[in-house]
Design a protein around this ligand. Structure first.
Ligand code: ADP
Ligand code: MG
Length: 721
């Protein structure tokens, strides 16, 4: 997976980087508090808070700043007479304060009256500092900008941007850009820093003539246009991403991304991996013969794709995607069998202990009878057991190692690691993925690299896959094992809860098993837990004579697996759970799932959850309980769930609802995000970049390198992660 400077996970943590202007913190135009310099941090002296904030956003080099583009623009190039500032309009006016008072109307507020030759206007401040009150005293000339509203006493502006000026003070010569920023980075500071960087940044054309699509401005022109649009430019025209200036940037960005993917691909092609061949009647064949079912044709196809990769002397870099329940585990087992059969070790990692344990059981059940030695490694396995495991891995005795990210800790050294399999790879943090890469690439010179197989149940729509994963081979299981009956999805408003409980009663009376998923409370694990515990208690009372279990993230691993055991073995009728069951849990006898507050879940998460039922032959039902009123997006998500069960279709709709940035962000926290281009709509530019990248690398390698360096800079290292 690659990663670029703009990782939404990191930035979200660092306050905000939304493309949504409504969420943008709006810094006042007043430059009173803005530092006067925006020099680069040359001195090793303490970095200021805004400097640190800039670095956090990845704004380190001049070029990074130059490529940090506005979300929108404000027109401060004109001042209109107060009489001409109409209600509902955003306007800039200038006048003299002719009254200033602190009034008590419900709350303390500062009320100014601003007058010019044409009329007067009220300015209202619900929050204000004493210093502002002083600076805006009667007689002061103010230039203010804000939305004109009709208040109780006529036209007014509430919290306008406000600046004391001298008469005749010059107006800006270009529209004022509003940049994405964070709370500790004032807009005015960022503006100055960017304007200065734009002067210094090396913006010469790097690509040979004729490479870029025809009719686009130069990079300098495009950036100038977007950072400092001349007066009279319509802000709306600039906000339209079809504008040639935007097209230029999108083309460059897509090209940089394709180039780095191609580069990574070439570097990988130069590496050596052990060629892992299937011997006739070897472990792979024996496992296949021993399985209690026949592979679906899709499974058969992807196993062949993987086998062909493994047999080559270059490291495999493949993503296996298949909907929930499509049977990826057995494909992983067969890949492991090829590896072990060829005399190498295989490691399988899962993001949670629960999931790792399920894998372990399945694989042990399949492979131990064939004589495979296994080891189990997780964070909670400590002391002697861990030391023994680590020793057996180091001397090569353990042929198959299953666990959580404990498998890639420093003290774990494989004797002969041939294949690493990562399940639900997007759920691992970026740090863990980097650690994995280091682990894989740690061999001394001359020692071969292991192959890498990643698995995911949340498919990526094809357009996105093409844009984001030029360096990744894709295998797709597009068929479910036979004998599954589709899950019927029903939507119920919260007030129908009693009916749903009745339905649960009937189900367990017939000897069926039920999941009850508790709402997701993002802010607080604590509240999550309380919800789950209360629900557990209520349902226990509602179902006398039946075992009702509780599963949540705070439980110790041993407790969790005891509960899962009871449920899997059918000793428990109802399992109340938080989303810990979302990933991979496989209990074929469960036939009903109730999801409370379904409107709080994301679409792909709902799909994952629902995938826990419908795994057996019994017709299954998924009930989505929702609280009213539903938001528009919430409605769309629930409708999509009711209408389709196809993971690819769900992913497509999810993409429609959320847009590619958030979609990829949620899915692949380390994915190379595109800031400007949108692969779902910029088809022509994407196709152009895909064709151009390999040719440029071939014929103009220096230009290609310079271009990637310009766009990715220090972040380029991440691209290999
Ligand atoms: P996922 O792709 O979600 O990881 P699993 O590997 O957990 O799916 O498989 C789901 C269930 O389907 C398991 O119980 C598995 O044993 C079973 N299964 C897998 N492949 C087949 C098949 N070809 N025929 C019948 N059952 C299968
Ligand atoms: Mg799975």
């Amino acid at each position: 997976m690659g990663c670029r400077l703009y990782r939404p996970d990191r930035v979200r943590g660092a306050e905000l980087f939304h493309a949504r202007p409504d969420r943008l913190r709006r810094a006042p135009v007043s430059s009173a508090s803005a530092p006067s310099t925006a020099r680069r941090a040359v001195a090793p002296a303490e970095k200021s808070a805004p400097q640190k904030a800039m670095e956090k956003l990845g704004l380190k080099r001049d070029i990074d700043l130059a490529l940090h583009l506005p979300l929108r623009w404000e027109d401060e190039t004109r001042v209109v007479p107060i009489a001409a500032a109409h209600e509902g309009q955003v306007a800039q006016v200038e006048g003299v304060v002719d009254s200033a008072q602190v009034e008590l109307r419900g709350r303390r507020q500062l009320v100014l009256r601003l007058r010019d030759g044409s009329g007067s206007l009220t300015l209202r401040f619900l929050h204000f500092y004493a210093s502002q009150q002083k600076a805006w005293a009667v007689g002061t000339r103010l230039r203010v900008r804000g939305e004109v509203r009709l208040g109780f006493f006529g036209r007014e502006m509430v919290h306008p941007a406000c600046k004391a000026v001298d008469e005749g003070a010059p107006l800006p010569e270009s529209l004022t850009p509003v940049y994405p920023t964070s709370a500790s980075l004032p807009q005015a500071y960022l503006r100055k820093a960017i304007a200065a960087a734009l002067q210094r940044a090396p913006l010469q054309e790097l690509l040979p003539p004729g490479v870029l699509p025809a009719g686009l401005p130069t990079l300098r022109e495009a950036l100038q246009r977007l950072h400092q649009p001349p007066p009279g430019s319509a802000a709306e025209a600039l906000e339209d991403r079809g504008h040639p200036a935007w097209q230029r940037l999108k083309a460059e960005e897509l090209l940089a991304q394709q180039l780095s993917q191609w580069q990574a691909r070439r570097e990988r092609a130069a590496l050596r991996a052990p060629p892992l061949q299937r011997a006739p009647d070897g472990l792979h064949d024996r496992l296949l013969a021993a399985l209690p079912f026949v592979l679906t044709s899709a499974q058969g196809r992807v196993v062949e794709e993987i086998a062909a990769d493994l047999a080559r002397g270059q490291p495999m870099h493949r993503l296996l995607q298949g909907d929930v329940g499509s049977g990826k585990t057995v494909v992983a087992a067969l890949a492991a069998a090829i590896t072990i059969g060829a005399g190498w070790q295989c490691a399988l990692m899962a993001p949670t202990e629960l999931l790792a344990e399920q894998h372990f059981r399945k694989l042990v059940q399949w492979l131990e009878p064939l004589g495979v030695q296994t080891a189990w490694l997780t964070g909670s396995r400590k002391g002697r057991a861990r030391r023994d495991g680590v020793a057996r891995i180091a001397d090569g005795q353990a042929q198959l190692v299953v666990g959580t990210h404990a498998v890639i800790q420093d003290d774990v050294q494989f004797a002969r690691l041939g294949l690493a399999i990562v399940d639900e790879q997007h759920r691992f943090g970026v740090e863990q993925r980097l650690a994995l890469r280091r682990k894989l690439g740690q061999g001394e010179a001359g020692r071969p690299e292991p192959h890498l197989l990643m698995m995911s149940a949340t498919p990526i729509p094809r357009t996105l896959a093409m844009a984001y994963y030029a360096d990744l081979q894709l295998s797709t299981i597009d068929e479910l094992p036979p004998g599954r009956t589709p899950v019927v999805t029903k939507l119920f408003a919260d007030d129908k809860r009693e009916r749903v409980v009745q339905r649960v009663r009937e189900e367990v009376a017939r000897g069926r098993q039920v999941y009850w998923v508790c709402p997701l409370v993002e802010e607080s694990e604590h509240v999550d837990l309380r919800n789950a515990t209360e629900t557990h208690q209520r349902l226990t009372e509602a179902l006398p004579g039946h075992a009702v279990g509780l599963l949540h993230g705070r439980m110790a691993p041993a407790e969790k697996s005891a509960v899962m055991d009871d449920f899997a073995a059918g000793r428990m009728a109802l399992l109340v759970a938080t989303t810990v069951i979302e990933v991979g849990v496989d209990v074929p006898a469960a036939s009903l799932m109730v999801i409370e507050h379904a409107e709080r879940f994301g679409l792909s998460q709902l799909h994952q959850l629902r995938g826990r039922v419908g795994r057996g032959a019994v017709a299954s039902v998924c009930v989505l309980l929702y609280a009213t009123p539903l938001s528009a997006a919430g409605k769309e998500r629930l409708r999509a769930m009711a209408e389709t069960q196809d993971g690819f279709e769900i992913a497509r709709r999810d993409l429609d609802i959320r847009g590619p940035g958030e979609f990829m962000g949620a899915r692949q926290s380390g994915a190379p995000l595109l800031r400007f281009a949108d692969p779902a709509t910029d088809h022509a530019l994407l196709a152009w970049a895909q064709q151009t990248a390999p040719r440029l690398l071939e014929h103009h390698p220096a230009a290609a390198r310079a271009h990637v360096e310009r766009w990715h800079g220090a972040g380029a290292e991440f691209l290999k992660a």
